[in-house]
Design a protein around this ligand. Structure first.
Ligand SMILES: [Zn+2]
Length: 154
């Protein structure tokens, strides 16, 4: 569509992957993600941005998942970026991860999760349970690591 102004984010990336709800990330949140992409200066493969509650539950996401905010009005939400925080020998790009974290924090992102198959960057309002938190974890959404290990529910 002609009003799609986010050069480096596709409509598919910005839409819930359940295939049913059709929820799309808010324009404010997409502006943040496009700005992050512009600041880092290299492609960001967005594996998961929006999750509706039922999709979030089906992939074993936390009930307070930041991705649940991505379609709400305002510059809040999460994004899973399919770059591996591993050594180069293990297929990762630690220098890119560093740049993503550096630029995200400079912009005001306040929620980071380092996972085996992706990095999650989020922005939540004060008072949210994940406000100013860094987590580590395993990639849940299979799209985050298509050739990777099996998904685990927890
Ligand atoms: Zn959905």
């Amino acid at each position: 569509m002609s009003d799609w102004r986010w050069q480096n984010i596709s409509r598919a990336e910005a839409t819930c992957h359940c295939g049913q709800c059709g929820r799309v990330a808010s324009p404010e949140w997409l502006d943040w993600l496009q700005d992050l992409r512009d600041y880092v200066g290299f492609p960001l493969p967005f594996r998961s941005i929006v999750r509706c509650p039922s999709h979030n539950e089906s992939i074993g996401g936390s009930s307070t998942s930041v991705h649940l905010l991505s379609a709400e009005p305002g510059p809040y939400g999460g994004a899973d970026i399919g770059i591996k925080p591993r050594s180069r020998a293990a297929g990762g790009a630690p220098d890119r991860i560093f740049r993503i974290v550096k630029e995200a924090l400079a912009m005001g992102f306040n929620n980071i999760e380092i996972c085996d198959g992706h990095i999650h960057a989020g922005h939540v309002p004060p008072g949210h349970p994940q406000y100013e938190c860094v987590y580590w974890g395993r990639s849940r959404d299979r799209m985050a690591d298509p050739g990777g290990y099996s998904r685990r529910k927890r």
